[in-house]
Design a protein around this ligand. Structure first.
Ligand SMILES: C[S@@+](CC[C@H](N)C(=O)[O-])C[C@H]1O[C@@H](n2cnc3c(N)ncnc32)[C@H](O)[C@@H]1O
Length: 302
C-alpha cells in the first residue's frame, strides 16, 4: 500500500474506527452495527481485543462525547435513508463516502441505485478491501472526484444518474474539508440535477463558534472545550485534512435556499441523546455532550 493512500484516508478511517467500536457493543446496547468497518481500520484486531466499553472509556478521556456524536450522526442518516428507501427514494448519492458501508449494511431495496463519490485513492482502497460476497456490491457505482476542482454533474450523468428520479444526497463529515466555493458549486450542481424531481439532502457542518466561543459547542460543564477543539482540529490537519470551512446555521440555510433547498431539520447530539442513547441505557451526561457539528436535512423546494 503506498503512502499516498494513507495520507488521504486518515479521517475516513477515523470515522470507520468509531463505527467499529460501536459494533463491538452487545446488540441491545449499540445504536448502529457496521460489520464492514473492520476491513478498513488499521489496528482493528487490537480494538476488538479492547472491546466497546474500554475503547469508549479511553476515547472519553481524550474528547468526551466524540464517539457518541459520530455514531449519532451515522444513525441519524441511517434512519433517513431507510425511511426514504421504504417510501419513494429511488437513488442515493453518498458524497465523500469514505468507508461508509450503508450500501451494504442497511437492508435496502435492490431497486435503490447507489452512487458513491470520493477521491480515487480512498475508493481504490475501499474496493480492494470489501469482501467478494458483500451484500448489494453490484448495486454501487463509484465516481472519483475532487470536489475542490472537479464537476460532479457530468460524472453522475455519465454513469446513469436519472434526473427524473427522487434522490437522497448525503454529505457526512465532509463540508469542513472542502472550500466554501467547492461546497457552493456542488450544491449548485445538485440543484440543477434535481430541478425536475423531489430530493433530500443531508449535510453536516462544523459550527463556526468553535473559533470564537468553543464553550457554546459543548454541553454545560464540559471540561476544557478549547482543548477538545484543539485536539480535533490539530489531529485532522496532521493527517493532511485540515478543517478549512466552518459555518453558522444562517449561512447553511441561506446557501441551501439559494440552491433551491429548504432546511427541515438541524440537530446535534444534544437533540438525539434521548432518542438514541436513552433507550439503550447510555444517556450522555450534559457535561459530555459534544455538539460542535450539526446535522441538517433539507428538501428541494417545490
Ligand atoms: C471524515 S471522512 C467521512 C467519510 C464518510 N462520509 C463517513 O462519514 O464515514 C471525509 C471524507 O471526505 C473525503 N474528501 C475530503 N476532501 C475531499 C475532496 N476535496 N474531494 C472528494 N472527497 C473528499 C475524504 O476522502 C473522506 O472520505
Amino acid at each position: 500500500m503506498s503512502n499516498s493512500i494513507f495520507r488521504k484516508d486518515g479521517t475516513a478511517q477515523g470515522v470507520a474506527k468509531q463505527r467499529l467500536i460501536e459494533s463491538l457493543a452487545k446488540p441491545d446496547k449499540r445504536i448502529i452495527y457496521d460489520p464492514y468497518a473492520k476491513y478498513f481500520v488499521l489496528g482493528a484486531s487490537i480494538l476488538k481485543l479492547m472491546g466497546h466499553k474500554f475503547s469508549v472509556w479511553l476515547g472519553d478521556k481524550i474528547v468526551p462525547g466524540m464517539h457518541e456524536h459520530l455514531i449519532s450522526r451515522t444513525r441519524f442518516i441511517d434512519d433517513l435513508i431507510e425511511k426514504g428507501a421504504s417510501i419513494d427514494i429511488e437513488q442515493y448519492v453518498i458524497l465523500g463516502a469514505g468507508y461508509d458501508s450503508r450500501a451494504h449494511r442497511l437492508k435496502l431495496t435492490s431497486k435503490l441505485k447507489i452512487f458513491e463519490v470520493d477521491q480515487p485513492e480512498v475508493q481504490e482502497r475501499k474496493r480492494s478491501r470489501l469482501p467478494d460476497k458483500t451484500r448489494n456490491k453490484g448495486n454501487v457505482t463509484y465516481i472519483s472526484i475532487d470536489f475542490n476542482n472537479q464537476s460532479l454533474k457530468e460524472q453522475l450523468l455519465n454513469v446513469g444518474f436519472d434526473q427524473s428520479k427522487s434522490t437522497i444526497f448525503t454529505l457526512e463529515g465532509v463540508s469542513q474539508y472542502i472550500t466554501k466555493e467547492a461546497f457552493n458549486s456542488t450544491l449548485k450542481e445538485l440543484a440543477v440535477l434535481n430541478q425536475n424531481s423531489n430530493s433530500k439532502i443531508f449535510i453536516s457542518y462544523v459550527n463556526k463558534l468553535i473559533k470564537d466561543d468553543p464553550k457554546a459547542c459543548f454541553g454545560i460543564g464540559y471540561s476544557n472545550p478549547e482543548k477538545a477543539v484543539n485536539f480535533i482540529t490539530k489531529g485532522s490537519a496532521k493527517v493532511g485534512e485540515p478543517w478549512i470551512s466552518l459555518y453558522s446555521a444562517k449561512e447553511i440555510e441561506d446557501l441551501l435556499s439559494k440552491n433551491n433547498f429548504t432546511v427541515i431539520e438541524n440537530k446535534t447530539l444534544a437533540d438525539l441523546n434521548s432518542k438514541y442513547f436513552t433507550p439503550v441505557g447510555r444517556t450522555i451526561p450534559e457535561n459530555h455532550v459534544f455538539k460542535l457539528e450539526h446535522f441538517v436535512i433539507a428538501e428541494s423546494k417545490t
